[in-house]
Design a protein around this ligand. Structure first.
Ligand code: FE
Ligand code: FE
Ligand code: ZN
Length: 281
């Protein structure tokens, strides 16, 4: 079964977000684990959590995905930045696990000059102070476009992070189609080759989520600008092939395209129509 949703606002609360998923004819969502640019978060009342759980159960949502704030940089060597990142990832792993969210994804970070090796060491230490190993949720590293000093452009870097932590069994991968394309993995001309490489370096079983975005920027540009499905350099055909691929079709897909809820509803509708036309739905 196809599991698809978009990034949803939790401004109206988490139960409202789940309702909006239903209205959108989606069956999963991504939410921010807290205010993406600040540091605050709301504590949900019992009643609201109950309502949220009821909707996702009744509507048989697929795995839900929380996204940690963009401001978080676990690779940083600046003490204040690093300590903030450690606190946020520790709190949000626990908070999202308590809510029964299946996965939390974060951007590994930017080393800002200290080098990838030192940056990765910081990330590993940051994860070790956050993950107890008792969680039900998985912590996903996102594949990045590699802009600036970003870590996570290559599958090898992600593997190094996973290999370094005390609880590698808790670490999975979220593949962002826009990011890998911009990073130089050719999912348009050679999807099979990219997946073979992913499997060789990381193991395909680590893949838990796909961020389904088109890219405004060309192949290998190392620039991260999302386009709507079929409205960018990757194109609809290649994205549909990603969705139909036997190694990927069971993975939940999350759109992070620049549209509002109504636009996302239409986008999902169009995607399902395309898949149906191809006999894949
Ligand atoms: Fe992301
Ligand atoms: Fe993403
Ligand atoms: Zn992005």
């Amino acid at each position: 079964m196809l599991t698809i949703g978009t990034h949803m606002s939790i401004a109206g609360g988490i139960a409202q977000a789940a309702k909006n998923v239903v209205d959108m004819e989606a069956n999963t969502m991504q939410i921010f684990s807290r205010n993406p640019r600040g540091s605050g978060y709301r504590i949900y009342e019992k009643e609201e959590i109950g309502k949220f759980q009821e909707i996702r159960r009744e509507r048989q949502f697929g795995p839900l995905l929380a996204h940690a704030p963009y401001t978080l940089n676990l690779a940083s060597s600046t003490e204040k930045t690093y300590e903030f990142a450690c606190m946020v990832i520790r709190e949000d792993v626990a908070r999202m696990d308590a809510l029964g969210i299946e996965n939390i994804v974060f951007h590994p970070g930017s080393h800002t000059g200290i080098g990838a090796k030192a940056g990765i060491a910081n990330i590993i230490a940051g994860l070790d102070q956050a993950i107890t190993g008792q969680e039900n949720l998985m912590i996903l590293l996102e594949t990045m476009s590699g802009k600036g000093t970003e870590i996570g452009r290559s599958f090898e870097e992600l593997r190094e992070i996973r290999d370094g932590v005390r609880h590698p069994e808790k670490i999975g991968i979220c593949l962002d189609t826009c990011h890998v394309f911009a990073a130089g993995y050719d999912i348009v001309e050679d999807l099979d080759g990219v997946l073979r490489e992913f499997d060789r370096i990381l193991g395909i079983s680590l893949l838990r989520a796909v961020h389904l975005n088109d890219s405004m920027m060309p192949f290998g540009s190392r620039k991260d600008r999302h386009a709507v499905f079929g409205g960018g350099e990757i194109g609809a055909e290649a994205l549909l092939r990603v969705m139909e691929h036997p190694l990927l079709s069971h993975i939940p897909f999350y759109l992070e395209t620049p549209l509002d809820d109504q636009g996302h509803k239409e986008e999902i509708h169009r995607i399902k129509e395309e898949l149906a036309k191809r006999g894949k739905l």
